[in-house]
Ligand binder design. Structure first.
Ligand code: SAM
Length: 242
């Protein structure tokens, strides 16, 4: 009887402590979203929009960013900055994740390709809004950790793959939207080919030690390409043999 009471007590304490920890993250996440909205307002001249779509705000307010960063960095998870995730790579700044997602103009019927899975956080944000997300990562250890995190969190509409994302993922093309989360010297032709007419791509373009710009690419219904420079940014390079 005494043992049962102790067991119940321990269960109560652990549920209380875990709930308390998750509760703290909920508040911190709310603060992060407010910071992003303020920053979007002050950079609206670059972005060509005053505020983020509600679907993007909701996704940023829902996805637990702390689950995508290494344990020792969780206390910083809701600060508006990139964080190291190992192997010389980073989880992107929340403001940048929100802006890139917003510029893709995706909805519940969209099929999206992501190049550079990293932690899996951006894929989760996309999966909250889109129908299907396909994501490619070149570093197999990162791909494995991201796949595990996304599975644990219950995402069923994300497919992950290890490989060189420069070449896209032909098997599921064409895509309504493509997002590249590493900087490329130019826009990879295979990705342009795998973009649906009427589709959008967002990609940082520029060398690693030079200025990079976030570029919004549009393919019109006749297949013609137009580009618009959005913001100066700083991303890790898109690696590979190309
Ligand atoms: N989207 C990620 C997230 O939410 O955590 C952040 C991505 S991090 C800034 C860029 C990622 O692109 C790194 O994980 C890197 O290994 C990956 N990467 C670089 N070159 C790549 C390539 N050719 N194909 C696929 N992934 C690549």
């Amino acid at each position: 009887m005494m043992q049962t009471k102790i067991l119940f007590f321990l269960l109560f304490v652990s549920v209380f402590l875990l709930g308390g920890e998750e509760g703290q993250y909920v508040q911190a996440r709310k603060g992060m979203v407010e910071t992003i909205e303020r920053e979007v307002g002050s950079t609206s001249g670059y972005l060509g929009r005053e505020r983020l779509k509600q679907s993007v705000i909701d996704a940023m307010g829902k996805v637990p960013r702390h689950r995508f960063v290494p344990q020792k960095r969780r206390k910083y998870a809701y600060e508006n900055r990139p964080l190291p995730i190992g192997h010389g790579q980073t989880i992107s700044q929340p403001y940048i994740v929100a802006v890139m997602t917003d510029l893709l103009d995706i909805n519940a019927s969209s099929r999206v390709l992501e190049v550079g899975t990293g932690s899996g956080y951006q894929a989760a944000i996309l999966a909250e809004i889109a129908k299907e997300v396909y994501t490619i990562e070149v570093i197999k250890e990162l791909a494995a950790t991201a796949e595990k995190t996304l599975r644990t969190l219950g995402y069923k509409n994300i497919r992950t793959r290890i490989g060189d994302g420069y070449y896209g993922w032909e098997a599921y093309a064409p895509y309504d939207a493509i997002i590249v989360t590493a900087a490329s010297g130019s826009i990879p032709p295979p990705l342009l080919k795998q973009l649906k007419p009427g589709g959008r791509m967002i990609i940082p373009v520029g060398g690693f030690s030079r200025v990079q710009h976030l570029i919004l690419v549009r393919k019109d219904l006749n297949g013609s390409i137009t580009t618009r420079q959005i913001l100066p940014v700083r991303f890790v390079p898109l690696t590979g043999k190309h």
